[in-house]
Design a protein around this ligand. Structure first.
Ligand code: 2BA
Ligand code: 2BA
Length: 107
């Protein structure tokens, strides 16, 4: 068994959870925050049999889109005189980790 951890954009998560559930793939959604943008995103945990791994990755690819965000950084310190200027950041569709599961129990 494998544990897939996927960090996805909030906006894609309801559709992704629905599609995974429709395909009988167990999923748990955690609310998370990206370290760089400090904005809410979603981390999905999916425990799946190894033979369904590619199927799950394909579903994630189908639903999750990369998007550009323009952010205006705050000044680094209160005394900072330089005006912060907007920068464009591309947030990927999903950041996916696949881990081996040593033991899986439902109690
Ligand atoms: P939920 O996904 O909200 O599922 C609650 C219960 O609904 C499940 O209990 C199961 O009895 C049923 N259920 C889930 N998906 C179903 C489906 N496609 N068709 C019919 N019935 C379905 P549990 O199996 O004890 O799971 C409890 C919670 O544990 C789940 O909440 C989910 O958050 C998590 N979970 C279970 N299996 C998982 C897995 N393989 N990967 C990640 N999280 C899992
Ligand atoms: P954030 O950390 O809020 O990052 C959002 C996007 O900002 C990133 O998109 C990337 O394009 C950009 N970015 C991140 N750190 C940067 C930096 N130091 N300098 C310039 N630009 C930077 P993604 O790479 O697609 O990541 C989306 C979200 O996935 C991240 O949100 C984070 O929550 C998670 N993530 C990405 N890589 C990760 C990793 N190696 N471990 C854990 N979580 C990760």
């Amino acid at each position: 068994m494998k544990l897939i951890m996927a960090v996805v954009q909030d906006i894609d998560s309801p559709k992704l959870v629905a599609e995974l559930t429709r395909n009988n793939i167990g999923v748990t959604k955690l609310s998370s925050t990206g370290g760089f943008l400090q904005r809410g995103n979603a981390t999905l945990l999916m425990g799946v049999e190894e033979e369904r791994l590619d199927e799950v990755i394909k579903i994630i690819e189908k639903i999750c889109r990369s998007r550009k965000h323009v952010i205006t950084p705050f000044p680094a310190s209160p005394g900072e005189t330089m005006a912060p200027y907007p920068i464009e950041v591309t947030v990927g569709g999903a950041t996916v980790f696949v881990l081996n599961v040593e033991r899986f129990e439902k109690i």
